[in-house]
Design a protein around this ligand. Structure first.
Ligand code: FES
Length: 182
């Protein structure tokens, strides 16, 4: 018995050729072989579009960063995808340079916050205490409000530097640093 031709189609109920059929009939064929063909074609199409979107996105970041560099502004830097930071969780990253440790906090589903990790007293690294909504500096027991970055107790008087964030297509980007004196 000969193998069925994967391109073969049964005749449509109205007996008209493919070129006269509505688009939905071509997109949702009855034959398994043809359906597999459509699924592969769609998969390839979406793979191509996703890759293109990724390349365009990266190109856009490179172009924008070179413009920002020429103006003396900090770069745009992808930190993490949103699903990589759990609700109630925190993670460290470096921004704008590798020598600038920062903390990204996700206190609830819809809130993302980021601060420079250097304590404003003598630059020890602060650590998040998410259940208290605070950032703690173990060197001299300084504490900061995790919601605002402002000093709460201990030697620090100035707030932590705030990292400006942007969420685009499920990716969290750092886009700037706000240095604050009060
Ligand atoms: S360095 Fe943080 S409290 Fe002193």
């Amino acid at each position: 018995m000969s193998k069925p031709d994967p391109q073969q189609r049964t005749t449509a109920p109205d007996g008209q050729p493919d070129s006269h059929q509505p688009a939905w009939r071509r997109e949702f064929p009855l034959e398994v072989q043809q359906d597999n063909y459509v699924a592969r074609r769609d998969f390839t199409k979406y793979l191509g579009l996703t890759s293109l979107a990724f390349v365009v996105g990266q190109g856009w970041i490179v172009a924008e960063n070179s413009m920002r560099r020429s103006k003396g502004q900090p770069p745009i830097k992808p930190i993490v995808t949103l699903d990589q930071i759990p609700v109630g969780g925190a993670l460290t990253f470096a921004y704008p340079d590798e020598n600038d440790p920062c903390l990204l906090l996700r206190p609830d589903e819809h809130t993302l916050l980021a601060y420079g990790q250097k304590c404003t007293h003598l630059s020890c690294a602060v650590v998040p205490v998410m259940d208290k909504g605070q950032l703690h500096c173990p060197c001299h027991e300084g504490t900061f409000d995790a919601a605002t970055g402002r000093a709460l107790s201990g030697p620090p008087r100035r707030p932590l530097s705030r990292i400006i964030l942007d969420l685009r297509d499920g990716i969290v980007y750092a886009t700037g640093v706000e240095l604050r004196s009060v």
